[in-house]
Design a protein. Structure first.
Length: 64
């Protein structure tokens, strides 16, 4: 498979940690990745809800 840029398979966009949140949100994180030559990211999804689908749906809503 040939990709037009790098792939980062573990990012933390807008991720709650203790009493703070990671520094990049979905907009700034993707922008920084693109400027660095990374064209694909796979963001970490926290496991706060009971089901995986609930977690993914909540993270998609946050990213929008």
């Amino acid at each position: 498979m040939v990709l037009p840029g790098g792939v980062d398979v573990h990012t933390h966009f807008d991720l709650p940690m203790s009493a703070t949140v990671s520094s990049d949100d979905h907009y700034t994180g993707h922008k920084a990745a693109a400027f660095g030559g990374t064209t694909t990211v796979i963001d970490f999804v926290p496991q706060d809800a009971d089901s995986l689908q609930e977690n993914v749906d909540a993270w998609h809503a946050k990213a929008e």
